[in-house]
Design a protein around this ligand. Structure first.
Ligand code: NFE
Length: 487
C-alpha cells in the first residue's frame, strides 16, 4: 500500500515549510519512496531592494530573518565592500567576526536544544511538549529530566550569545553596526571585558554540556549515523577572515562531492538557480544570480515551492555547519542526522574559542571604519557563512541606486524543490529511502528535517491568504481523500 503523509506546517523550524512524503508499506515495512519540500510563502526581498539607496541593503536584508540577521548584514556589506573596493580596518574586521560568530553560537544552541532535541526524548505533559508523537523515545524518565534541565539552561546561554552580539553590534536582532567600509562603533574596554565573561560561560556550557548531550543522542540512537544521508555533496562559501587580506579564514570555501576524495574549489560562476518546480517564470531558469530574476508565477503546472533550486555545476549541494566543518578539514566527510548534530556542536566550541582570541586581538577604542569611494555604477558579491550555511548576496548599482539584487540562502540550497532535470533537493533526497516505524507518526521524517535546521523565513516571505493555511498533519490517500488527521 502507498500512503502520502503531509506535514504542514513542519513545527520547530523557522518559517513555513510543508513536507510531503510517499510511504510504501510492504509486509509491515514502511519506506519513504518520494519526498517534496514546499516553501509556502514568497520572499520577494530582491524586488523591494531595487531602487533603494545601496547603503540601505544591509538594514533591509537583515529583516529577512530574526534568527540570522547578522549573516544578511554581513553578506550585504561584503557585496558593497566589493563593489566599492572598501578597505576594512583590522578592528572592523574582528568586530564583524565577533557579532557574526555570536549569532552562530546563539543559533546553534537554539537549534539543538529547542528545535532538534525534543524529537529524541519525552518532555513534560504540557506545551510546548504536547501534543507530540510518543514514538521511539529511548531515554528513561530520569535521563529525560536531565536533558530537560539542560534545555532550560540552554535558554539562558542563548541569551548570553545574543548579549555578546548586542554589546558590539548595538542590538540583537538586526544590529545596525554593519556598514560598507567597516563597523559603526569602537570596541570599548569594558565591553571587551564583558564579552569575555559571557563567551567564557558559553564555551563552558558547550564543552561540558552541549557536546555531551549530542553524544548521548549518538550513543542511544546509533542508527541515525546512517539515516538522512542524502546526496552527500557539500558546499561552503567560507567565513571569518583571520587577516585583512582574507588569505586565511576559520572556515574555507569549497565543495566535496559524494564519493570524491578531494576538496574542490568553490566556483562562484558555476552557481545557478533552476525553477521548473518553483512558482517563477520558466524563462528565468538556470541563471547565474548576477543575471537572476524574481518573477513570481502562480499557479504554475507541477510547481510546488516558492524556493528556487540552487545548483553548483548543475549539482544539488548541502550547506550548513557539517559542510563547513568537513570542507575546512575539521570533521570526517560523512553525512547523516547524527553528523549534522555533532558537527554543529563541535563548531560551536571552535567558534567560542576563536571569539576569545579575537577579543585579545582588538585594539581598544581603535579605528573601525574607513570611508570607501562610492561610485554610482558598481557591482559586487557578498559571500559568507550564515548559521545554516552558505549565503550569497549579488548586487548591482546604477545611477547611485540598487538596480539588481539576488540572494541565495542556505535554506534555499537545502530545502529547494526538484530541479529542471527532476533531481530532488538535498532535504528531499535525505528523506527518500528512510524506513519508518509508524507511518501514522513518522518521527524519522521530522528528525531528518530538523537535522538540516531549515529556516523558511530566510527563503520565503509573503503569502496569499487562504492558500497556505496550517493544516498541521494529514494523511492523504493517493486519490487525495483524507485518511484521517493524526495530530
Ligand atoms: Ni532565517 Fe538563515 C537561512 C541562516 S541565512 S536562518 O537559511 O542561517 O539566510
Amino acid at each position: 500500500m502507498e500512503i502520502i503523509a503531509a506535514i504542514d506546517p513542519v513545527t520547530r523550524i523557522e518559517g513555513h515549510l510543508k513536507v510531503q512524503v510517499t510511504i510504501d508499506s510492504v509486509d509491515n515495512t514502511h519506506r519513504v519512496t518520494d519526498a517534496r519540500a514546499s516553501g509556502t510563502l514568497f520572499r520577494g526581498f530582491e524586488k523591494l531592494l531595487v531602487g533603494r539607496a545601496p547603503r540601505d541593503a544591509q538594514h533591509i536584508t537583515e529583516r529577512i530573518c530574526g534568527i540570522c540577521p547578522v549573516a544578511h548584514g554581513m553578506a550585504a556589506v561584503r557585496a558593497l565592500d566589493a563593489a566599492w573596493h572598501a578597505h576594512i580596518p583590522t578592528n572592523g574586521r574582528i568586530l564583524r567576526n565577533l557579532v557574526a560568530a555570536a549569532n552562530i553560537l546563539d543559533s546553534n544552541i537554539l537549534h539543538f536544544y529547542l528545535l532538534a532535541l525534543p524529537d529524541f526524548f519525552d518532555g513534560p505533559g504540557k506545551g510546548p511538549w504536547r501534543p507530540t508523537w510518543p514514538v521511539d523515545k529511548r531515554f528513561a524518565e530520569n535521563e529525560a529530566g536531565e536533558l530537560l534541565e539542560n534545555y532550560r539552561r540552554a535558554i539562558a546561554v542563548r541569551r548570553l550569545a545574543h548579549e555578546v552580539g548586542a554589546l558590539f553590534g548595538g542590538r540583537m536582532p538586526h544590529p545596525p553596526a554593519f556598514i560598507p567600509g567597516g563597523f559603526t562603533a569602537n570596541p570599548r574596554p569594558e565591553r571587551i571585558a564583558d564579552a569575555r565573561k559571557k563567551l567564557t560561560e558559553i564555551l563552558a556550557f558547550t564543552a561540558s554540556t552541549y557536546l555531551a548531550d549530542v553524544e548521548r543522542i549518538a550513543e542511544r540512537y546509533p542508527d541515525y549515523a546512517n539515516i538522512g544521508t542524502g546526496h552527500g555533496h557539500l558546499i561552503a562559501f567560507g567565513a571569518f577572515p583571520f587577516d585583512d587580506a582574507e588569505d586565511q579564514r576559520l572556515f574555507t570555501s569549497g565543495r566535496r562531492l559524494a564519493g570524491g576524495e578531494d576538496l574542490l574549489p568553490l566556483q562562484p560562476e558555476a552557481i545557478t538557480e533552476e525553477i521548473r518546480f518553483a512558482w517563477y517564470a520558466d524563462n528565468t531558469s538556470k541563471r547565474h544570480p548576477t543575471d537572476g530574476k524574481t518573477e513570481p508565477v502562480k499557479p504554475k503546472p507541477d510547481a510546488y515551492s516558492w524556493l528556487k533550486s540552487p545548483r553548483h555545476n548543475g549539482l544539488p549541494m548541502e550547506a550548513g555547519p557539517l559542510a563547513r566543518m568537513v570542507i575546512s578539514g575539521r570533521y570526517p566527510f560523512q553525512t547523516s542526522v547524527l553528523d549534522r548534530l555533532r558537527a554543529r556542536a563541535q563548531e560551536t566550541r571552535l567558534i567560542a574559542e576563536q571569539c576569545l582570541q579575537w577579543l585579545d586581538q582588538l585594539t581598544p577604542n581603535g579605528p573601525v571604519y574607513q570611508k570607501p569611494d562610492m561610485p554610482e555604477t558598481a557591482e559586487g558579491v557578498g559571500m559568507t557563512e550564515a548559521p545554516r550555511g552558505a549565503l550569497g548576496h549579488w548586487l548591482r548599482i546604477e545611477k547611485g541606486r540598487i538596480a539588481h539584487y539576488q540572494i541565495i540562502t542556505p535554506t534555499t540550497w537545502n530545502a529547494g524543490p526538484r530541479d529542471d532535470q527532476d533531481v530532488p533537493g538535498p532535504l528531499e533526497q535525505a528523506l527518500i529511502g528512510t524506513t519508518i516505524r509508524n507511518p501514522d507518526q513518522p518521527i524519522e521524517v521530522l528528525r531528518i528535517i530538523h537535522s538540516m535546521d531549515p529556516c523558511l523565513d530566510c527563503a520565503v516571505h509573503t503569502m496569499t491568504p487562504g492558500e497556505a493555511g496550517p493544516k498541521i498533519v494529514s494523511l492523504l490517500q493517493p486519490n487525495g481523500s483524507s485518511a484521517g488527521a493524526i495530530q
